[in-house]
Design a protein around this ligand. Structure first.
Ligand code: AOY
Length: 462
């Protein structure tokens, strides 16, 4: 980030005041991050921490200029001297501006049942007891890539189920394409959410997602795309010239995959009389695949009808599973209205009509990157242990007004339930003899583990 790079200013305002609020003699604050029961998906794909560590927390991040800037800003913001200038100057002088905390985390790409510990944070210098939870605000933002990866993986499972039942599950990598760049709030969010989706898939139009995987996870090209039309490139030819726009697509891209949005005026006419009519021979002669994109109407009904028309015009075969597969020169992509629920409705509708899921790919924008929030998987960061005057203390909350908000107590580890490699995870006290699956990723300003996108992808498919 060219700005928003002063760590003293990257927290909620109230956290500035917290250093005075812990009990006297507080030396260590130990906190953990979890998804408190999956209200939507029961398993979390943990992803994105390495971006926050590298972009915001690694190296000497505190300078005298930043402290001075924060001191002045907070004086105005609170109308009082609330800022912990001494605390930050201590980090600058004693630690060269490096953050005296250590962070353990699940390996990225790990799929963990909800209500397990995913990360722990603890200060490494008694004077910096206040720093652990100061970092909550930034660190909890990992909820976003983790929720995108979780939701994208759930959609992958749905599509895979239908491919297995009606076609070829080997096609899964390109079955859910990221259309979401325009629908998110800023390029950084596009990058983070886009990379999270690429943990599970390889199709994307979200270029920043590729950039994040390249810059922070050593993957030179994590996602792929193809030439494709938008409405302007079709409608600018004029209402009576849709056919010329379509012909132009075939001529400009004589080989390979090419996608054309086909609902500018009448998707059914375009399928029957343009693609399957005047241009049919050209489509069949093409050395590649034409991907027809409907983009309006009730998705299950429209997709079904488009498959029927294309089947009638271009022909189809019946595969060994008994499902119809279109002539290999034509396929369909539905990118309008796709979220977790709609995916299921469309796949169910086409299966009922005897069409293999092989015929269809999906695009998803808002449903993939924006239709979610921190409560989708109920992510939270809470203190569970402290050392006060040399004494360890278990720390937790348990509100009578919502027992679901109860937090864990003590120092935690994440273990496999049993010795088998794919065994599910459970959270136990640190004293448990089983090996901790959390690994130290950060200590005193240093990043301790460099995870690659390839290993993260492999973990997410374990
Ligand atoms: N892209 C597959 C390649 C991408 C897109 C991007 C918003 C594509 C469309 C397509 O076929 O049709 C952002 C809407 C569509």
């Amino acid at each position: 980030m060219r700005w928003l790079n002063n760590i003293c200013l990257l927290s909620d305002s109230y956290k500035i005041s917290h250093y005075k609020q812990y009990p006297p003699g507080t030396q260590r604050v130990y906190s953990y991050f979890e998804s408190r029961t999956g209200s939507v998906h029961p398993e979390i794909t943990f992803f994105g921490l390495q971006y926050w560590l590298r972009e915001y927390l690694a190296g000497p991040v505190v300078t005298q200029e930043k402290i001075d800037e924060a001191d002045a800003l907070y004086y105005q913001h609170f109308g009082n001297q609330v800022f912990n200038r001494q605390g930050w100057e201590y980090i600058l002088k004693q630690h060269g501006g490096r953050l005296p905390v250590e962070i353990k985390a699940a390996p990225e790409g790990t799929v963990v049942g909800s209500s397990n510990v995913l990360m722990t944070v603890e200060n490494t210098d008694d004077q910096a007891y206040w720093l652990t939870n100061f970092l909550e605000t930034l660190l909890v933002q990992v909820w976003y890539p983790s929720t995108v990866a979780t939701q994208s993986r759930a959609m992958k499972q749905i599509i895979t189920n239908y491919l297995t039942k009606t076609g070829d599950p080997g096609l899964i990598d390109f079955k859910l394409h990221d259309f979401g760049f325009r629908g998110v709030t800023c390029p950084e969010q596009a990058a983070i959410g886009g990379a999270a989706h690429l943990v599970n898939f390889k199709g994307t139009d979200n270029v920043p997602g590729i950039l994040l995987a390249r810059q922070f996870y050593h993957e030179s090209i994590a996602g792929f795309s193809i030439p494709a039309a938008e409405h302007s490139t079709i409608t600018s030819w004029g209402r009576d010239h849709e056919i010329d726009a379509c012909r132009n697509m075939l001529e400009q891209y004589p080989t390979g995959l090419v996608a054309t949005v086909s609902d500018s005026y009448d998707i059914f006419n375009c399928c029957a009389n343009i693609w399957g009519g005047v241009l049919k021979d050209q489509v069949l002669a093409r050395d590649g695949v034409l991907v027809v994109r409907p983009d309006s109407g009730d998705p299950p009904a429209v997709v079904n009808k488009v498959l029927e028309i294309l089947g009638e015009k271009f022909g189809y075969t019946v595969n060994s599973l008994g499902y119809k597969v279109l002539n290999p020169k034509v396929r369909v992509i539905q990118g309008d209205g796709i979220d977790f629920k709609m995916l299921q409705l469309i796949l169910d509708a086409i299966t009922q009509s005897g069409w293999s899921a092989d015929n269809l790919a999906f695009g998803s924008g808002g449903g993939l990157l924006q239709k979610l929030n921190r409560d989708t998987q109920r992510f939270a960061f809470k203190c569970s242990s402290a050392i006060i005057n040399g004494q360890h203390r278990d720390v937790y909350k348990q509100p009578i007004t919502d027992n679901g908000k109860k937090s864990k107590a003590g120092r935690l580890k994440l273990v496999r339930q049993d010795a088998s490699p794919g065994a599910s995870f459970t959270t136990v006290p640190e004293s448990d003899p089983r090996p901790d699956q959390l690994r130290f990723v950060f200590r005193n300003g240093e990043i301790l583990i460099d995870q690659t996108f390839a290993e993260i992808r492999a973990r997410a498919t374990e």
